[in-house]
Design a protein around this ligand. Sequence first.
Ligand code: IPD
Ligand code: CA
Ligand code: CA
Length: 266
Amino acid sequence: MQPAVNIAVRAARRAGEIIVRSINRLDSIEVTAKGRNDFATEVDRAAEQEIIGILSKAYPQHAFLAEESGRTGDSETVWIIDPLDGTTNYLHGFPTYAVSIACQHRGRLEHAVIYDPMRQELFTASRGDGARLENRRLRVSNRPGLEGALIATGFPFRAHADYVDAYLAQLKGVMQATAGVRRPGAAALDLAYVAAGRVDGFWEFGLNPWDTAAGALLIQEAGGRIGTLTGEPYRLSPHIVAGTPRVYEALLELIAPHVPQALRNT
Ligand code: IPD
Ligand code: CA
Ligand code: CA
């Protein structure tokens, strides 16, 4: 494992400890509503501080783009951090959430760590060096198309709730063509599961760089594809489709015709 990944893994595990430590006192966790159905808790903030503390001690010159504290520092190397992806699940005691950390250098994703503290599963990737679950090398599934495929998704909410009709048209097509659709509630884990072959594809709109950066590298290193809803290359894009190469193509065919005008070219 490369040194930067080692340090990010240490940071992700420490954040995981903070997250797990509070699951028996969910009722007393301090919650702030950042917007409608958009929550941050003291746990999100404490986990993020821990991660940034560990990374900035090792790399004082690097910059950070983190969900709760925003952009800090100025460097060609940026750590992109979601300290707790799946906060709504977490607050409900629904045990599907993760820590997501990616490292980008000169605009290119170099390293990725996604850690699920409930299952204690650690997903890692470095560019050109493959993706792993613990020590096991990951490959996307060998599903040749949508027939029999299991697809993960995220429902549009917050500002994107207005596009629900377009989304439902996409969902209808995908439901009719596949074995099933799941909405687990943590985009970083959804993407890690594409890399691990546990689902064959994924799509969602309205995501942030910290939701997708680590998962995108995992998928690419596991032989999968990720791009925008209209098939453009992924560049920390908010509206994304991912999957095995053939599932990616097939999903795009169903989804692209129903992309709202306002979301095209983004
Ligand atoms: C959310 C989760 C969810 C996705 C949302 C994200 P958060 O992240 O990834 O699955 O549907 O769009 O914002 O807010 O829990 O870190
Ligand atoms: Ca998130
Ligand atoms: Ca989060």
